[in-house]
Design a protein around this ligand. Structure first.
Ligand code: BG6
Length: 471
């Protein structure tokens, strides 16, 4: 048997970049758009002014021209559900439909493949009010029929579709589910019901996609970060395996195999977190698995064992969003081998190669990296210069590892740094910038919003032009 060795990227490799609707569009209540849970949460902003974001809604042509100048082969963006259906279901908002129609046509005019995220955090507030949102099974059909509308409207031009962005995060962030109150434990329990309903909705949507005969690929965008045992102690190694299951693989096992593994189900049972499941749900997932995977990767984590004690009984968690400790299971500790960003995210390019291998071995799907990037305090210097050499070095080292993973046999067909332009970060506003393009605004001073090419833009332009040779 012969094995191919790849010393360079495939000529059709999709070099891209990404954004999401609520983080760049602005115009939160213009042209008939309804409110999302994000808009409601951010009505009383204390970290930044979200209402204008990066003003992309009013600058589509200018932004797409910059993407073309950069040489993008693919652009990942999300559709704001509440621009299409202001109430999440019911009446269509034609102006919203026209906005994305125009964006997609502009991309195609510039030979840029659109990669659409159907839902990226901005769930319709009205569905929360109508029936409790993702906690109700009614949410399944509303999501499916919203997606069906998108397939029928844009499916003649869009080949790549992402179903739900970072479901594992959404179910752990109460406000993104539209939950209020402060019963953390109860919110976690509800999160697992929402998670189950989202998995059913994803499978049904893939079924619809296939029945409509859309030519293309579809799958979730998952947040997936390698974990390393903090030491060679067998307890730490075991803890790191359990952490991988609880953080990431439980979800992929559902998407790809329609199964709650024995260990994960026991974990849910011990905490009274088991969701209610209807006959046929798991079979549906098994029958309609994703045909591609979007992978969001930023950092890895070092894991050590964390036994349950009287002080920290089963069920105890140190942090809600990305649990940093689960009594009886694991604890995230510093990795002294790695440097970190200003927000403490440990930079681990080899972790990306390991992540890709793990996903390939377990799920064997074509992969596109849908997010990878470095949030930083960028400084705009005189004459519109942003020297973000730290970002260049971050991206360069990760791209090298992508090629090595391809050589390992992983089918990676594209790479989208996060983000094309500066976005408003959900928790850190404009202070934490990710873009290749600088957007001239601060958190509360909206300035002139002008676009400025960072040094990383010029560098990535060369990378794309040389198909990854000139790193
Ligand atoms: C991912 C999200 O979780 O990480 C993005 O899909 C987000 O929307 C990105 O911007 C970086 O996270 P943060 O919190 O630094 O903005």
């Amino acid at each position: 048997m012969e094995y191919k060795s790849y010393s360079s990227f495939d000529p059709n490799f999709l070099w891209g970049a990404g954004t999401s609707s609520f983080q760049v569009e602005g115009a939160v209540q213009e042209d008939g758009k309804g409110l999302s849970v994000i808009d409601v949460m951010q009505k009383n902003p204390d970290i930044t002014d979200f209402s204008v974001a990066s003003d992309h809604y009013n600058r589509v042509e200018e932004d797409v021209a910059l993407m073309a100048e950069l040489g993008l082969k693919v652009y990942r963006f999300s559709i704001a559900w509440t621009r299409i259906f202001p109430d999440g279901n019911g009446e269509v908002n034609e102006k919203g439909v026209a906005f994305y129609d125009h964006l997609i046509n502009e991309l195609i005019k510039h030979n840029i493949e659109p990669l659409v995220t159907i839902y990226h955090f901005d769930y319709p507030q009205s569905l929360v009010e109508q029936y409790g949102g993702w906690l109700s099974r009614k949410s399944i059909e509303d999501y499916r029929s919203y997606a069906e509308f998108l397939f029928k409207t844009y499916g003649d031009r869009v080949k790549y579709w992402l179903t739900i962005n970072e479901q594992d995060h959404v179910v752990r962030i109460p406000t993104r589910l539209g939950l209020t109150g402060d019963d953390h434990y109860e919110q976690l329990r509800l999160g697992y019901q929402a998670n189950h309903n989202m998995c059913v909705a994803t499978a049904l949507t893939i079924k619809t996609f296939q029945e409509l005969g859309i030519e293309g690929k579809i799958g979730p965008a998952i947040s997936y970060s390698m974990v390393h045992p903090a030491s060679s102690s067998p307890d730490d190694v075991l803890a790191s395996k359990d952490a991988m299951l609880i953080k990431h693989n439980y979800l992929m096992d559902l998407h790809c195999y329609g199964k709650y593994s024995h260990m994960f189900w026991r974990y849910l049972e011990e905490r009274n977190f088991t969701p209610s499941i209807e006959d046929g749900d798991l079979d549906l997932m098994k029958q309609y698995p994703p045909t591609m995977l979007g992978v969001n990767y930023y950092f890895s984590e070092a894991i050590s064992a964390f036994p349950a004690t009287k002080e920290y009984p089963i069920g105890y968690q140190k942090k809600a969003l990305l649990p940093e400790a689960e009594a009886g299971v694991f604890e995230v500790v510093n990795n002294e081998n790695l440097a970190a960003t200003d927000w403490g995210w440990e930079i681990d390019p080899v972790g990306l190669r390991l992540t890709l291998r793990e996903l390939h071995e377990r799920y064997n799907l074509p992969i596109i990296i849908t997010e990878n990037g470095m949030g930083a305090y960028d400084k705009l210097e005189e004459e519109d210069v942003v020297r973000d050499d730290y970002r260049i070095s971050y991206l360069r080292e990760h791209i090298k590892q992508v090629l090595l993973a391809i050589n390992d046999g992983v089918n990676v067909f594209g790479y989208c740094p996060w983000s094309f332009m500066d976005i408003v970060s959900g928790r850190n506003g404009m202070a934490k910038r990710y873009g290749l393009v600088y957007v001239n605004r601060e958190d509360f001073d909206l300035k002139d919003m002008r676009r400025i090419k960072k040094e990383s833009f010029k560098w990535y332009q060369k990378v794309i032009a040389s198909n990854g040779e000139d790193l």
